[in-house]
Design a protein around this ligand. Structure first.
Ligand code: NAD
Length: 250
C-alpha cells in the first residue's frame, strides 16, 4: 500500500476530485480526514470509506476560516495521532469578463481558492514538523498556467497564486522535510463542471481544446495526487504536475 501509516487531510473532500482522492488514499492505507462545508456529503464519503474497511473522519471545514483549519488539523492529530499529507483541494469556479466582475466575486474566489490554501498550509506545517516531515499538494488548474477566454479573471488569478505559493512553501520548508507541489488538472467530470458540460456548445468548445478529446475523470487526477503524497515522490518538491489531456501542450 502506497500510503501505509500516513494521515492525510483533504479539503473539499465531500465530492468531486477531493472525494476521489479520499477514497483512493484510504484504499492505499492512509487514514483520511475529510474537510468540507458540505456536511451530509462529507459524512457520506466517510461512511463509504469505513464500509470498505478504511479509516476516515469528516470535519466541517470552511477553508477561509483559520479557526476551522486549527480544528481540522487538531482532529487529525487527536484521532489519528499525526498529519503527514495535506491536499488543498477545495475551490470554486467562475465565469465572466473583468468588466462584469464585482469586487465581491473577486474577493470570494480569492478567499476560497488562494487564501484557503495559505491558511491550510499555515495550519499544517507545525503538525508536519512534529511528524518529521510531510507532503502538501495544492490543486491549481491548467488555468493557473495559461489564460483563457472561458473562465473568470478571479479564478485564473487565484490558481496562478496557488502555483507560486506552492513554490514559496517548497523552498521555505524543504530543509524540514516538508514537500509542496501543485497539480494542474484540465477539465474534469465533477459537480463543478456539471452545468457547463450539459450545454452542448460549451462542451464542444471545451473538447475542441483538449488534444485527448475528452474530459478527464476524477481518478485520473487522484492518481497523480497519490504519487505526490507518497514517499515515491521523496525528491519532488516545488514541481507542477499537469494532468490536462494536453490542453497546455499546444
Ligand atoms: P467540486 O465543486 O466538485 O468540489 C469542490 C469541493 O470544495 C466541494 O465539495 C465544495 O463543497 C468544497 N468547497 C467549496 N468551498 C469551500 C470552502 N469555503 N471550504 C471548504 N470546502 C469548500 O469541484 P472539483 O472539480 O472537484 O474541484 C476540486 C479542485 O480542483 C478545485 O480547487 C478546482 O478549482 C480544481 N479544478 C477543477 C477542475 C475541473 O474541471 N473540475 C479543473 C482544474 C482544477
Amino acid at each position: 500500500m502506497r500510503l501505509a501509516g500516513k494521515v492525510a487531510l483533504i479539503s473539499g473532500g465531500a465530492r468531486g476530485m477531493g472525494a476521489a482522492e479520499a477514497r483512493l488514499f484510504a484504499r492505499e492505507g492512509a487514514r483520511v480526514v475529510i474537510g468540507d462545508i458540505l456536511v451530509a456529503e462529507g459524512h457520506a464519503v466517510e461512511a463509504d470509506i469505513k464500509a470498505k474497511g478504511g479509516e476516515a473522519a469528516f470535519v466541517r471545514l470552511d477553508v477561509t476560516s483559520e479557526a476551522d483549519w486549527q480544528a481540522a488539523v487538531g482532529l487529525a492529530a487527536s484521532r489519528f495521532a499525526a498529519l503527514n499529507v495535506l491536499v488543498n483541494n477545495a475551490g470554486i469556479g467562475g465565469w465572466g469578463r473583468i468588466e462584469d466582475t464585482t469586487v465581491e466575486d473577486w474577493t470570494r474566489t480569492m478567499d476560497i481558492n488562494a487564501k484557503g490554501v495559505f491558511l491550510g498550509t499555515k495550519a499544517a506545517i507545525p503538525a508536519m514538523r512534529r511528524a518529521g516531515g510531510g507532503s502538501i499538494i495544492n490543486i491549481s488548474s491548467q488555468l493557473g498556467l495559461v489564460g483563457t477566454d472561458n473562465s473568470s479573471p478571479q479564478y485564473q488569478a487565484s490558481k496562478g497564486a496557488v502555483r507560486l505559493l506552492t513554490k514559496a512553501t517548497a523552498i521555505q520548508y524543504a530543509r524540514e522535510g516538508i514537500r509542496a507541489n501543485s497539480v494542474h488538472p484540465g477539465p474534469i467530470v465533477t459537480p463543478m463542471t456539471e452545468r457547463r458540460r450539459a450545454d452542448p456548445a460549451v462542451r464542444q468548445l471545451m473538447i475542441s481544446r483538449i488534444p485527448l478529446g475528452r474530459y478527464g475523470e476524477p481518478d485520473e487526477v487522484a492518481y497523480g495526487v497519490l504519487y505526490l503524497a507518497s514517499d515515491e515522490a521523496a525528491y519532488v518538491t516545488g514541481s507542477e504536475l499537469v494532468i490536462d489531456g494536453g490542453w497546455t501542450a499546444q
